[in-house]
Design a protein around this ligand. Structure first.
Ligand code: SF4
Length: 413
């Protein structure tokens, strides 16, 4: 049981913080997220996990020589540089990637190139952290815009997760809970996971990770994407929605009673992807009405009702493979980030495959889009001039526990 004399002030503080936040939310009529997404531009949010300004004197986006400058700087660097391009990046950036893929594949690709001194990660902050954890000490991971964070990763801070663990401890269940954290989380959260006996998962192996976790304990704390956790538990492991509860870090005790925590199998962190979270049941109904015979294929970061209404569900790599294998004349509506969907639509159009975006509204990942050609040019030219910029470094202790969690993932059966 909670020690009342020490717990009470924290409880009061939490309540006061919650009341204040509720008032702010009422004023703004928005969902409470700890960090507002940055608008596209050069500013940084000093409260965020990325937390630093991008100091570069960037070339103008209108500079007609940007492509030639990026090419020339990359040639000057030669084998010293290895450029990673996440699937959700803009075409103007992807054209300079030595390899493309999802975040985990890219981090492993970087580790497999020990000769490359600079790993320029065209992605977001948590991805660069993962690359730093998995590469050697001699390799330096560079993020072209330090303000390229991830709204989902930002929804679980180290302090919030430590407080959650206190709540689980006070409820008497922490020793039966195994943390499973999605790759899309900060190094701090991966480290917490490793230190508390848990594993990392990707959207491709979430089922195996959960199966493993339930062999180690009775309950899972799934961080930070509630949708991937719920979809995997219900679709793949046959649990019911009632087996899942949502821990809200903005409410005292996560907004849950001790009984709810004790009864739950899946304790889902209240986080989500701001891109995939936009797809709705109406998007699915609308596209089926507009395009008869369309196949709806969505990412498991989408809400449960969207996933339940789709024909196919899978990771980014699954989506690409499904479209590669699709017959000519087939029609597809894809529920994932727009840069990737547009690229796939262009790639498969000559094969007679019709591919559309699932929603009518534009749905880019705004933080991913902060990495643009001016930032890439500035990064490559700085490195070629011998000036190391925007290095992402995870401290040793955090890195060691995070690596432990990643190794558990690699060892999953
Ligand atoms: S698409 Fe979603 S999960 Fe991926 S980087 Fe953007 S906000 Fe984060």
């Amino acid at each position: 049981m909670r020690d009342v004399t020490t717990a009470q002030p924290r409880q009061d503080l939490r309540q006061e913080q919650q009341d204040r936040q509720d008032r702010q939310v009422q004023d703004l009529a928005v969902e409470p997220t700890p960090l507002a997404l940055l608008l596209l531009g050069r500013d940084a949010d000093p409260r965020s996990e990325r937390g630093v300004e991008c100091p570069g004197d960037l070339p103008a986006p209108s500079d007609p020589d940007l492509v030639a400058r990026a090419r020339a700087a990359k040639e000057r660097l030669g084998d010293k540089v290895f450029v990673l391009g996440h699937h959700y990046q803009r075409d103007e950036v992807i054209q300079f990637a030595d390899v493309t893929g999802d975040s985990f594949k890219l981090a492993r690709d970087a580790a497999a190139r020990p000769g490359a001194e600079y790993i320029v990660f065209c992605g977001v902050h948590f991805m660069a952290e993962s690359a730093d954890i998995l590469t050697s000490d001699e390799q330096k991971v560079i993020l072209p815009d330090l303000a390229a964070g991830c709204s989902m990763a930002d929804m679980a801070t180290a302090e919030q997760v430590a407080e959650c663990w206190d709540v689980l401890t006070d409820a008497g269940i922490a020793d039966r809970v195994v943390p499973v954290s999605y790759m899309n989380s900060s190094a701090d959260i991966k480290s917490f996971t490793g230190e508390h006996g848990g594993t990392i998962c990707t959207s491709s192996n979430a089922r195996r990770a959960l199966t493993w976790a339930f062999e180690q304990g009775e309950k899972v704390l799934f961080l930070p994407d509630q949708h991937l956790g719920r979809n995997t538990a219900v679709r793949d492991l046959g649990m019911s929605l009632d087996d899942c509860v949502v821990y809200n870090p903005h409410k005292p005790n996560g907004g849950l009673t001790e009984r709810q925590l004790r009864d739950a199998k899946m304790i889902l962190w209240r986080g989500h992807c701001s891109v995939h979270g936009r797809f709705s049941l109406d998007s699915v109904r609308d596209v089926r009405a507009r395009i008869p015979g369309v196949n709806v294929l969505v990412h498991p970061e989408c809400k449960h009702e969207v996933v339940a209404a789709a024909d196919y569900v899978g990771s980014t790599e699954y989506i690409i493979k499904a479209l590669e294998a699709a017959p000519a004349g087939s029609k597809w509506a894809i529920g994932t980030e727009l840069n990737l969907v547009q690229r796939l639509a262009n790639r498969f159009a000559p094969e007679g495959k019709e591919i559309v975006f699932l929603d009518r509204t534009v749905c880019f990942c705004s933080t991913m889009n902060r990495i643009d050609l001016p930032h890439l040019v500035w990064t490559l030219e700085s490195l070629a001039d011998g000036k190391e910029v925007n290095r992402i470094q995870v401290d040793r202790k955090t890195s060691d526990f995070a690596q432990l969690a990643l190794e558990r993932m690699l060892a999953l059966p």
